[in-house]
Design a binder for this molecule. Sequence first.
Ligand code: G3H
Ligand code: 13P
Ligand code: ZN
Length: 320
Amino acid sequence: MPLVTTTEMFKKAYDGGYAVGAFNVNNMEIIQGITEACREEKAPVILQVSKGARNYANPTYLVKLVEAAVIECPEIPIALHLDHGDSFETCKSCVDGGFTSVMIDASGKPFAENIEITKKVVEYAHDHGVVVEAELGTLSGIEDEVSHAVGSYTRPEEVEEFVAKTGCDSLAIAIGTSHGAYKFKPEQCTRNEQGILVPPPLRFDVLEEVVKRLPGFPIVLHGSSSVPQDYVKMINDNGGNMPDAVGVPEEQLREAAKLAVCKINIDSDLRLAMTGTVRQYFNEHPDHFDPRQYLKPARANIKELVRHKLIDVLGCAGKA
Ligand code: G3H
Ligand code: 13P
Ligand code: ZN
């Protein structure tokens, strides 16, 4: 099947109590690792491209690589999404360039301005058959150009007016997730009886209040990497220096997916898997220099990590 929008995916996910994985893509190996796992597990998938990824790879290359994945995986629905579009112009360029979904992230702007710019993007996108994700509330965390040092939870009392006035198709909300691989610092966590660091719990009360006000409406969670400790260790055992951090607990994401959360964004975990694998490969094979040799196990580990997310976190395996 050709690239799809997220409309049908989200309807099925909402009704089925699962979420679709939205994975960030920067190069061929990442796209292959993700889509091979999704094809084998019969899972729908959203491949998303940030402004930084477009600058890195050149927009045309990423679109064409995603189109190649669509040809290779004809049996699963694949959407191509702009992650954190920062302006009408960026969103327009993606709509014109073959994306089926765009995010306009004006969450850092005042409420009225967020509505104004989101509405403008929605009008253009809908005229071209493309769906729009918007955001209310800001995530903390550090990830290139997309987040803020200090976040603020979504105010549920704003969501109905925002969705009614903008016409957006899905809404990203801030309930305590955070961008990047450095979340959450030990000083932000508490210790449980076993002495294990526990991050601040997600604000399910905020999510539930949003769901009450927007019944049936698809909700999105950004910053949902769980910072797998085995990959942090692999990086640090092989010359890296990643600080102690605890990601978003996977059980909490699974619970959110059973509610109205239809899209869960995961980027940093794949980066950790790729970097850990490549670092370990170089340590074990100091004489190797062919990129295919070290990218092959990196791609394989991304695939296995995505498989785990599909089955154990998102609940979307078998839903294609
Ligand atoms: O939330 C943002 C994504 O992780 C993309 O990050 O801007 O480094 O491509 P990036
Ligand atoms: P992570 O940094 O937690 O993977 O979040 C990714 C994201 O939200 C992309 O928009
Ligand atoms: Zn994000």
